[in-house]
Write a protein that binds this ligand. Structure first.
Ligand SMILES: O=C(CO)COP(=O)(O)O
Length: 259
């Protein structure tokens, strides 16, 4: 399976600096693609703030990279259109050049009170629009300390996945809330155990044991090789370290060759 290295820019990226940094990433990707066969590279995805999708799409087209770098949204509304001030439909993300969309990120759950039912509706909306949802799940520190991490995460997975979710059209990102933006990461053993628990839950829920499961939370160039080599880890969802092309590419280079 080809690893997926996804960057979540969150609410970062002002023009013109964002454009410059993205162009740097495209140059790195272009150089690597010229050397390697496509299948030997990880899939690279950048999820910038929605207003940057169209300019980034145009930059990809100008770089003529043939799909080495793809784009995703960070959130979508469940409806296709309507009176939802400030929201963005999955179809609109697609129009702007996205192929993926993150749903259920812990920052959306915390800042916007998103519950599992809302996340499930957003995931279905992504499929309706032909986008691949990246479903984020993860336990809080108190859930981990209480020994409830596997059950808390299984509940989030079961609540969001539904009929029609396959390994080809859906990705899961395991992001322990306490590891996001903190510089702390679980041990490789803990990551392996959580990914296995999630994979079993996915298999029971929708029969798709080969669904990609990414790890997210303080992934940096210096810990990426260790985290990405963990059994059952199929890539990374990177926050802070995705903002600089040099760091993000360092992480992409650390991903194991596709097996
Ligand atoms: O939330 C994350 C990605 O979605 C992870 O963020 P950091 O890599 O900054 O910890």
């Amino acid at each position: 399976m080809r690893p997926l290295i996804a960057g979540n820019w969150k609410m970062n990226g002002r023009l013109p600096a964002a454009m410059k940094e993205f162009d740097r990433l495209l140059r790195e990707a272009g150089r690597a693609a010229a050397k390697a066969k496509d299948a030997a590279l990880p899939e690279i995805l950048v999820c910038p703030p929605a207003v940057l999708l169209a300019p980034f799409r145009d930059a990809i087209a100008a770089a003529d990279l043939g799909g080495v770098v793809a784009l995703g949204g960070q959130d979508c509304h469940a409806a296709e259109a309507g009176a939802h001030t400030g929201d963005i439909a999955a179809e609109m993300l697609r129009d702007a050049g996205a192929t993926h969309v993150i749903v259920g990120h812990s920052e959306r759950r915390a800042d916007h009170g998103e519950k599992n039912a809302t996340v499930a509706a957003k995931l279905a909306a992504a499929h309706r629009a032909g986008l691949v949802p990246i479903l984020c799940v993860g336990e809080t520190l108190s859930q981990r300390d209480a020994g409830h991490a596997p059950t808390a995460v299984a509940r989030q997975v079961r609540a969001a996945l539904g009929a029609g979710c396959t390994a080809a059209n859906t990705v899961i990102a395991y992001e322990p809330v306490w590891a996001i933006g903190t510089g702390r990461t679980p041990t490789p053993e803990d990551v392996a155990a959580m990914h296995l628990a999630i994979r079993r839950t996915v298999e029971k829920a929708v029969g798709a044991p080969r669904m990609r499961i990414l790890y997210g939370g303080s992934v940096k160039p210096d810990n990426a090789a260790t985290l990405l080599a963990v059994a059952g880890v199929n890539g990374a969802l990177v926050g802070g370290a995705s903002l600089l092309a040099k760091d993000f590419w360092g992480i992409a280079k650390a991903s194991p060759k596709p097996r």
